[in-house]
Design a protein around this ligand. Structure first.
Ligand SMILES: NC(=O)c1ccc[n+]([C@@H]2O[C@H](COP(=O)([O-])OP(=O)(O)OC[C@H]3O[C@@H](n4cnc5c(N)ncnc54)[C@H](OP(=O)(O)O)[C@@H]3O)[C@@H](O)[C@H]2O)c1
Length: 289
């Protein structure tokens, strides 16, 4: 089984490192060359698809996925019969369904398998994959996905893994904006940010992800597994999907305006949990603590 990865961002590099450490034969491609380390890197997505049985894609957004699949020298530009594509980006369901139709027309298969959990979760083999596609295609991908996933959750036909990813992440984006508002309220009444967070992580109002975000919220430098611009991108996909389905989404829409405002104000590359600092300092006008 020859495996390939297109996209060596934070997630693609984590998948590649885990598979390589397990001795899985691997080729990689990235738009910006030179990020492959010791892994064999090919010049174009077309070459990647020509040489592999299973091709994972992990890319920023819908435009990136469309470019890598359907662009010049893209994954779909050569003969690909028999290949299995595993689309792992967080994108819009209609995008993944449209690409799956093109893949199938060329005699290949595609499943969508976005994961919950960032690079450290991948490295610890604790990812949760939300998977859409035919069960035989999912079974074919299992030996690869199981290298970094604690659970593979089939949700239905192609696109349904992506829908589930939007379902799972919507409350996280809303939660951190709601927390931003609550903590700004507390600070406006003179409460200390660190003291409030120490209570919050021990309260029923804590999200499981909150404790590991406390250092970033308190302003400590560190890795940025996922940033404010990424949550804005996800909330755009979520609110668009809600709109298409006729599902009102005032909480997600409100959170989107906050993350979009933070991105426009230059906070886009900061850890997404720092929406809390953005809200306090740039919106509520509170002094930096
Ligand atoms: N980070 C997380 O914690 C996390 C967790 C779960 C899911 N996700 C999702 O996984 C996906 C990847 O996330 P990430 O954190 O790895 O992102 P990232 O670090 O920003 O990497 C993005 C990747 O996409 C490539 N790319 C962007 N635009 C492109 C284009 N037009 N054509 C070709 N390649 C393009 C980048 O190539 P260059 O190197 O050339 O820029 C890079 O390889 C996203 O959809 C994200 O929402 C992320």
């Amino acid at each position: 089984m020859r495996v390939a990865i297109a996209g060596l961002g934070r997630m693609g590099r984590a998948f590649a490192a885990k598979l390589a450490a397990d001795g899985v034969p691997l080729q990689v491609w990235n738009r910006t060359a030179g990020r492959a380390g010791a892994l064999p890197e090919v010049a174009t997505p077309a070459v990647l698809a020509a040489d592999a049985d299973i091709i994972l894609t992990s890319l920023t957004d819908d435009a990136a996925v469309e470019a890598v699949y359907a662009g010049p020298d893209g994954l779909l530009s050569g003969p690909i019969a028999g290949r299995l594509f595993v689309e792992m980006s967080t994108i819009r369901p209609e995008t993944v369904r449209a690409i799956a139709a093109r893949v199938e027309a060329l005699g290949a298969r595609l499943i969508d398998a976005p994961v919950a959990g960032g690079p450290a979760v991948v490295a610890a083999c604790q990812s949760l994959a939300f998977v859409g596609g035919a069960s035989e295609d999912i079974d074919r991908a299992r030996p690869v996905l199981e290298r970094f996933c604690r659970k593979i959750a089939p949700m239905g036909p192609v696109g349904s893994g992506t829908v589930m990813k939007l379902v799972a992440n919507l409350p996280i984006g809303v939660y951190f904006q709601a927390l931003a508002e609550g903590l700004a309220l507390g600070r406006s009444h003179g409460l200390d940010l660190a003291a409030m967070l120490a209570v919050m992580v021990d309260s029923p109002g804590a999200l499981a992800a909150l404790p590991r975000k406390v250092p970033a919220i308190l302003g400590e430098a560190g890795d940025v597994p996922f940033d404010i611009a990424g949550v804005r991108k996800d909330l755009l996909a979520m609110t668009a999907a809600c709109h298409r389905a006729g599902v009102p989404a005032p909480a997600a829409t409100g959170a989107l305006s906050a993350y979009a405002g933070a991105t426009a104000a230059g906070w886009g590359t900061r850890d997404f949990s720092t929406i809390i600092r953005f809200w306090a300092e740039a919106v509520a006008g509170l002094p930096r603590d």
